[in-house]
Write a protein that binds this ligand. Structure first.
Ligand SMILES: NC(=O)c1ccc[n+]([C@@H]2O[C@H](COP(=O)([O-])OP(=O)(O)OC[C@H]3O[C@@H](n4cnc5c(N)ncnc54)[C@H](OP(=O)(O)O)[C@@H]3O)[C@@H](O)[C@H]2O)c1
Length: 275
């Protein structure tokens, strides 16, 4: 059977994509190859997916399409090897690596798409921004959206906004976890024991998230629907508005976006890599 896709880097993100592509039916294990330098990780992946081939290096003309899921500092070496092996179309999820870097390293007339997924890819619910390289067509973007669609959803943005995507949805799960932590603590301060507060908050958020995604209603409409004028929720929301919670989130996204831009400058990237 022909190999449909090579996944270069079989760690957390590559492994999540592998699971998503197989479980969504996008490909069978035998139609995928994982390029992974870590032998123990190769064995784990093969044990977890019967029929999957893993290799330490892609052989020449093994596959035309690939996903790049190595750490940013390993991206150049992995791209050079992919280019030599004849990969022609590449979807990269490496944070901060630009499409012009990818095109330069692939060393061919490679078609590249750059994406920024987030951690919920591990449970097939990621939100990803993606941007085409200079030669990628609508067809290539549709292909990339299909691959990313196996672990969540992907939206196209101009490449200059990838830092904003990083600051919003890339860092977004951490903002969400912080709010969950704060609410659990608030429940404890209101007199509930920690276990009870944790159970109530976790399920409140899981239920609210499902309402948001499954009803298709806006967050504003859902909020208004559960906030009776003069009621308990209205009192709680007023306390949040008084403390300028909305502005705090704007500041968080601005700060994360600015940091992403900063890390994209060559000097800063080197500092982070060697820390
Ligand atoms: N995890 C996330 O939530 C997330 C979110 C958004 C974007 N991303 C991006 O996804 C990429 C991968 O992140 P990750 O968390 O999955 O990293 P990871 O768990 O470290 O996985 C990367 C894997 O690639 C292997 N590798 C390194 N160089 C290689 C090469 N030349 N060829 C083949 N395999 C190679 C690594 O082996 P060794 O460990 O032996 O080096 C490792 O097993 C990063 O660029 C990151 O920016 C991740």
């Amino acid at each position: 059977m022909a190999v449909k896709l090579a996944i270069i880097g079989g760690g957390r993100m590559g492994g999540a994509l592998l699971r998503g592509l197989i479980s969504s039916g996008w490909a069978s294990p035998s139609e995928l190859v994982v390029v992974e330098i870590n032998e123990a990780q190769r064995q784990r992946l093969e044990a977890g997916h019967r029929g999957l081939t893993t290799v330490s290096r892609l052989s020449t003309r093994a596959c035309e399409d690939a996903v790049l899921a190595v750490k940013p500092q390993d991206a150049e070496e992995a791209c050079l090897a992919a280019g030599v092996a004849g990969v022609q179309r590449l979807l990269s999820v490496a944070a901060g690596i630009t499409t012009s870097d990818l095109e330069k390293w692939m060393g061919t007339r490679a078609l590249v798409v750059r994406a920024m997924p987030n951690l919920p890819a591990l449970v097939a619910h990621c939100a990803a921004g993606m941007a085409p390289g200079s030669r990628a067509s609508e067809r290539d973007l549709a292909w990339a959206a299909g691959v990313l669609g196996s672990v969540g959803t992907a939206v196209e943005v101009p490449e200059k906004l990838m830092d904003a995507v990083t600051g919003l949805s890339g860092s977004g799960p951490a903002y969400f976890f912080l709010v969950v932590e704060a609410l659990i603590e608030a429940g404890v301060r209101a007199g509930l024991d920690r276990e009870t507060s944790t159970t109530l908050v976790r399920h409140t958020f899981a239920g609210a998230a499902r309402l948001l995604t499954e009803t298709g209603e806006s967050a504003e409409d859902l909020r208004i629907a559960v906030t009776s004028p003069g009621g308990t929720t209205a009192a709680g929301i007023a306390a949040l508005e008084d403390r300028q919670v909305r502005e705090a989130f704007v500041a968080a996204v601005e700060a994360a976006t600015a940091r992403s831009i900063e890390l994209g400058t060559p000097g800063a990237k080197a500092t982070l890599t060697h820390r």
